[in-house]
Ligand binder design. Sequence first.
Ligand code: FDA
Length: 307
Amino acid sequence: MLGPVILAASRSDRMRRFVSAAPGTKQVVARFIAGETVDQVIPIVREAAERGLEVTLDVVGEDITTREQSFAARDAYLELIGQLEDLGLGERAEMSVKLSMFGQALEGGHELALANVRPVVEAAAAIGTTVTLDAEDHTTLDSMFAIHSALREDFPQTGCVIQAYLFRTEDDARRLAAEGCRVRIVKGAYKEPATVAHQDKAEIDKAYVRVLRILMEGEGYPMIGSHDPRLISITQDLARRAGRKLDEYEFQMLYGIRSEEHLRLAAEGHRMRVYTAYGTDWYGYFMRRLAEKPANLLFFARSILTK
Ligand code: FDA
């Protein structure tokens, strides 16, 4: 029951101010956010590479309110890509972006977000890597998928995310299970109404398996974004049955969550990509991590009280 309350709080400015100022917050945030600056995240990319892991980098931020902030988001990614190129890390790290951070919700936002994300995708391609468009709340998805199609005309390796909890997702998966199409499948992390999304965990898990089957049997490149041991084992089974080799799909997990499992899957020969978020605007990302596992909230509350 706590999850939806935390997700509602993730959109509240008052809670944002309270949580950001609370003593002890930084320590808990550091479990999920790899640092505040590019310089802090680069050693983490290097260390991941040494351990046989790949990363997808997310400069945290969303729901911006001015065009200037959208340009700053674009520039932050361009700076990151520049650093990866200088250090020869381009092929180990791809980028994950939230289009709301690129201005999607502003007036003329669809065009603005496309204009902002295109140079990031171009710069990523120039250093041998790619970009995946994260999935945000359901009202943003038609625009996200249209931007994904537009980018794929020139950069077919551009990825996107689909969320198992949404009723629409099986249809999206059928459309996206096409040759060369990189699709990350996740359960879904936003507060969605019962008119558009399953609310029950067991129903979400069943939907995840149905979508996974569509992707595995299709022609695309599935990216399994989950920490759920049952789904990981079902993925391995479905991949085997579909005759997929280990380099024809990949697992993805979040930085700070089930880190031993990252290494175990990589040691088994799987491609394992760690979604690594960094930056200063961590509030929305952090609150979704608390909502996924209410025990995190207890840990957070304790760290505030003991400061
Ligand atoms: P589930 O929530 O059932 O967790 C399985 C187990 O994993 C738990 O029992 C626990 O051990 C551990 N775990 C999971 N979350 C934890 C947490 N926060 N803290 C501590 N332990 C935790 N969503 C979205 O809407 N749009 C997106 O673009 C993305 N992108 C994305 C990328 C990647 C790489 C991942 C892994 C996830 C996302 N998500 C996302 C988030 C996703 O929708 C979902 O909310 C989380 O992955 C949690 O669901 P699981 O599949 O891990 O299962």
